[in-house]
Design a protein around this ligand. Structure first.
Ligand code: ADP
Ligand code: MG
Length: 381
């Protein structure tokens, strides 16, 4: 990828620039916890965006996307927003950097990536954080890493119409090889934990389906969580988010909330605890417990939170019967990927079985991605 980018850069712009990269992400556990003030537990992966960049002394940014084979030029004022969607990410990062008092002048760049688009691995965060990091270094802006993540998040909000949380950009900016990062979504405190599963692979199986229910169901789940938290707060004023509640406090209000709200809350409170349990297990190098927690999360997402679907439950069940160590739906649900922790020697058999049986049942093949927990945004020497 680096050579392809550099060759194009030389062809278009004559002399070379600096090279930067960033990464997509996975979330091992901690699903639907972010808006409940709980933990998420992501890490950067070995698939990302790479770019070459140099200031050009002109009035316009010159950007070339190798993957789309498209060229775009744009100025740096608010009214200069480009129309190509990929270029809006770059423009947004420039604008958000400038809004924070950073210096950005016109530059030339070529970039490419290998994060599958729209598969739940956050190719967009990889793109944003690669540029946010590169501009920060190029113009010596000294913006701290958390703010770089927020530049990416604000880019999605203000220039791409996606009201996302901070997890993706956070993971992409802070990612470290061999480590996952536990982020407290309420306080934004974070801590690294070792994740170096010798003898296991992390394999994503993309169902390639996206059911329509997702956005209305998402709002209903949020409402249920708020209802449960509000009921608990009457007895325990310290509860601002559902993640602040103890399981027994939920039982106290069982008669005051709907059965549905109760089940949703039961999942969330359990999930917050599972993240902590997984962190403890990782400190012991106990990947079997990690895997068991992933299955518990899947059960909760499917039966209590009810955001799974037939395709994902099928993949999860197949993982169980194939002796896969851990498996669960990753992301909001109603489609997308399962994330699987698989012993090396079982990986091929599992992937083949999943591909064959899924295709036979649903009429299209799933996509398979191997991922390794890797470094996030960085300069490439
Ligand atoms: P994801 O879940 O992968 O983040 P999004 O829809 O949020 O999916 O972001 C995908 C968008 O990000 C693409 O439509 C494109 O505009 C941009 N993008 C991501 N990777 C690349 C790439 N390698 N080259 C050009 N644009 C990219
Ligand atoms: Mg995205």
């Amino acid at each position: 990828m680096k050579n392809r980018i550099h060759d194009k850069f030389i062809t278009l712009f004559g002399t070379g620039g600096d090279i930067y990269a960033s990464a997509g992400r996975v979330n091992l556990i901690g699903e639907h916890t972010d808006y409940n003030g709980g933990y998420v537990f992501p890490g950067a992966i070995d698939k990302g965006i790479m770019l070459e960049i140099k200031p050009n002394g002109l009035s316009k940014v010159q950007a070339y996307s190798l993957d789309y084979d498209e060229y775009c030029e744009f100025g740096l004022q608010e009214e200069d927003a480009p129309s190509q969607s990929w270029a809006r990410y770059i423009f947004g990062v420039c604008r958000e950097t400038i809004k924070r008092g950073g210096k950005v002048e016109a530059f030339s760049c070529v970039f490419a990536g290998d994060v599958p688009l729209g598969a739940g691995l956050s190719s967009s965060a990889a793109l944003e954080s690669a540029f946010a990091y590169a501009l920060n270094e190029l113009y010596s802006n000294n913006i701290d890493k958390f703010e770089l993540a927020k530049i990416g998040q604000s880019t999605e909000h203000n220039y791409c119409g996606v009201k996302c949380g901070i997890m993706d950009q956070f993971a992409s900016c802070f990612g470290k090889k061999g480590s996952l990062i536990r982020l407290n979504c309420k306080t934004l405190e974070y801590k690294y934990f070792p994740f170096d599963p010798q003898g296991y692979k992390l394999i994503l199986i993309d169902s390639c389906v996206k059911h329509e229910l997702a956005s209305s169901a998402y709002n209903q789940r949020r409402q249920s969580c708020e209802n449960a938290a509000a009921a608990i707060k009457k007895n325990h004023p310290e509860v601002d988010f559902l993640s602040d509640a103890k399981r027994v406090w939920l039982d106290e209000v069982r008669d005051q909330i709907s059965q549905e709200d109760f089940l949703r809350a039961e999942y969330v409170i359990g999930e917050v605890q599972r993240v902590l349990d997984v962190c403890d297990a990782l400190e012991r190098g106990d990947y079997e417990t990690v895997g068991e927690m992933m299955y518990q999360t899947h059960f909760g997402l499917s039966r209590l939170y009810e955001v799974s679907c037939e395709e994902l439950d099928f993949l999860n069940k197949l993982a169980r019967t194939s002796d896969v160590t851990g498996s669960r739906v990753m992301g909001g649900g109603f489609g997308g990927c399962t994330i699987n922790l698989v012993k090396d020697e079982l990986a091929d058999v599992f992937v083949n079985a999943a591909t064959e049986q899924f295709t036979a049942k649903f009429g299209h093949a799933p996509k398979i991605y191997d991922v390794v927990i890797s470094d996030g945004a960085r300069k490439v020497e």
